[in-house]
Structures are given as C-alpha cells and as structure tokens.
Design a protein around this ligand. Structure first.
Ligand SMILES: Nc1ncnc2c1ncn2[C@@H]1O[C@H](COP(=O)(O)OP(=O)(O)OP(=O)(O)O)[C@@H](O)[C@H]1O
Length: 306
C-alpha cells in the first residue's frame, strides 16, 4: 500500500511588521523553519492516516537535508528512495509574512529539478508496486508524467495534482492519471473558465473530462469539492461541514493526502465517498495554524472515517 510522492522543500518563514523594500533591512519578530513541498505534505497526511508511504525525491548535501529526512522518518515515511546530490541545494522556499498576513515568497526548486529518468529507474520496483502514485508539478513535469505512465503500465492507481498550475500543461497528463485533482485557480488556468461557484466547478470538471481525464475533483475551499467521472457525466457536489478556519494553508494537500489514503486502503469505495471523507479530514486541518503541523493523525479523527 505504498504511495510515492515527490518534492522536498525546506520552508523558512520570517514574520515582520511589513515586507521590506528592495535594498532595505528590517527587524522581524519571529523566524522558523518547516518542511514542505506539496508532495511532502500530501505524503505526510496520508502517512498520518495510516498509509504505508515512501517518497521519491532528491535533496542537496546541505544543512537542511538531515532534518528534512528525519521529518519523514518521524512520520513513518520510507526514505529509501530519497537521493542526495552535490550539484544543487535542497529545494527551499523563503517566506516573509507581514502583520496583515500578506506574504512575499521566493521558491528555489534546487535539487528537485535534478530528479529525472535515472532516479525513477532506481525507484522502479517501488513505483510499479505502489497501490497509489501521487504526482504534482513542483519537479520537472516530464519526470512526473513519466512516473504516472510507469504506474499506469503496471496497473497502479495514480493521481495528479497539477500544482503549481501551468497554463500549457502537456495534454498527456489528462490521460495519464486515474484521478485529476485541482483547486479553483488551477482549474481556471487549465481551462480558461472562471471558477467562483459549484456550477462553475462542475463546468470545468466536464471540460477536464473532455480533455481525457477519467475522473476529476475540483476542490472549493469551504464549499467542499465537485467530483466528475467519465462513467457518469453528472457532476456531483460534495459539501463539507462548516468549521471556524484558523489557517487554510495546506488544506488542499491534506485533502489530497487523505484521498490517497482512501484509494490505497479502500480500493472499492466510490470516489464520491472518498472525497466526502477527504473533505472532513481537510476540514480538521484548517482549524489549526500551520501546514504539516495542522494535519490530523488517525487517532484525532472520528472512527466513521475509517
Ligand atoms: N474554510 C474551510 N472549511 C472547511 N473545509 C475547508 C475550508 N477550506 C478548505 N477546506 C477543505 O480543504 C479542501 C481543499 O481546500 P482548497 O480548495 O482551498 O484547496 P487549496 O486552494 O489547494 O488549498 P491550499 O492552497 O491553501 O492548500 C476543500 O475541498 C475542503 O474540503
């Protein structure tokens, strides 16, 4: 029941009264380092729910990698397919957040961009034996596409999260994954249609089915998500429970990690039911501040979700 997911990014956050201007030095009031990348977050949410997970990725030989790998181990994720390189730094996101919550972010993909065909071949056994493979776009898209194809050829379930969104996504991505899961802004960029309502999400879901997807999930924040399947062209809105959100950062990753867990553990469950449960897991995550720190463990969730 393995999930293989890519992308390590070390996240450094500086909180300051305001964002500095070019050339300016200012004092901030808090600094911390976290671990992210969409794939890493999704992997950790799935692991916390009880999935056996492994990560295929590349990190630099620098001050970050040891803590980064330890974080995976602490969350019960296999690091057997994490490779190191001397030729680039571990992927990093430097974030400055001001007192009104605005931010400025620089992401340096670094070693992530050196993950390619050779590394996939070295992880071949794991990729082809995985029940579920989850890919995103924070590495070279060709590498993600290749991994999706490897899973497809070996009858594994795969799903793709086209994030961060790119407008000219290779059309092969739509056909290469069993489930294509995106948020409103990603759906907009991919289809050119604006998404502000459940009806809009249903429309873009159908549009993505037309592009070749087998199943599409469009997440809609507090409105839950819309599920569209080529086997039943009627889009289905799956609402979620109303909660008081403290921080929605990473809600999409919590949703996708939970969905991957359900795909691996309950292969006969209807996709709509998996999405309903993933909504409820993500709703727990938004009630606590932070990204990975807000992701619930199985013990924190109602037993009906298992
Ligand atoms: N305010 C909220 N209340 C309840 N559930 C929420 C809320 N915000 C998000 N969710 C849950 O999280 C899922 C993903 O949220 P969203 O569509 O905002 O993803 P996202 O934009 O990719 O998130 P992010 O980029 O912040 O990680 C939703 O489908 C829903 O289940």
């Amino acid at each position: 029941r393995q999930l293989l997911i890519f992308i390590p990014i070390c996240v450094s956050v500086s909180q300051a009264p305001r964002l500095p201007k070019a050339g300016e030095t200012i004092h901030g009031h808090r600094f911390f380092i976290g671990f992210g990348g969409k794939g890493a977050n999704q992997c950790i949410q799935a692991a916390r729910m009880g999935a056996k997970t492994a990560k295929v990725c590349k990190v630099g030989r620098d001050v970050f990698w040891n803590d980064y790998i330890q974080n995976f181990k602490n969350n019960g994720t296999s690091t057997a397919y994490v490779e190191q390189t001397e030729n680039a730094a571990t992927g990093a996101a430097s974030i400055i957040v001001n007192d009104t919550g605005e931010n400025a972010i620089v992401i340096v993909a670094g070693a992530n961009m050196l993950l390619g065909q050779e590394e996939l071949q070295r992880a071949l056994t794991a990729i082809v034996n995985a029940k579920v493979l989850v890919c995103q776009l924070e590495i070279n898209p060709d590498t993600s596409l290749q991994a999706l194809r490897m899973a497809r050829e070996n009858h594994g379930q795969s799903y793709h999260n086209p994030a961060p969104a790119i407008a000219d996504l290779c059309s092969d991505f739509y056909k290469a994954s069993d489930v294509f899961c995106c948020n409103e802004s990603e759906a907009e960029l991919l289809t050119g249609l604006s998404v502000t309502s459940v009806e809009d999400a249903s429309q873009v879901g159908l549009e993505l089915l037309n592009k070749g997807c087998g199943s599409v999930i469009v997440t809609l924040g507090p409105q839950g998500c819309v599920v569209c399947q080529s086997t039943n062209m009627a889009p289905k809105h799956i609402p979620t429970t109303a909660v008081t959100a403290a921080d929605t950062t990473g809600a999409g990753d919590s949703f996708i990690g939970a969905l991957a867990f359900y795909m691996a553990h309950y292969p006969t469950m209807q996709l709509e039911e998996m999405a309903r449960r993933a909504n409820l897991v993500a709703a727990v995550s938004v009630q606590t501040v932070g990204t990975q720190t807000s992701f619930p463990f199985q013990k924190d969730l109602p037993t009906e979700l298992f």
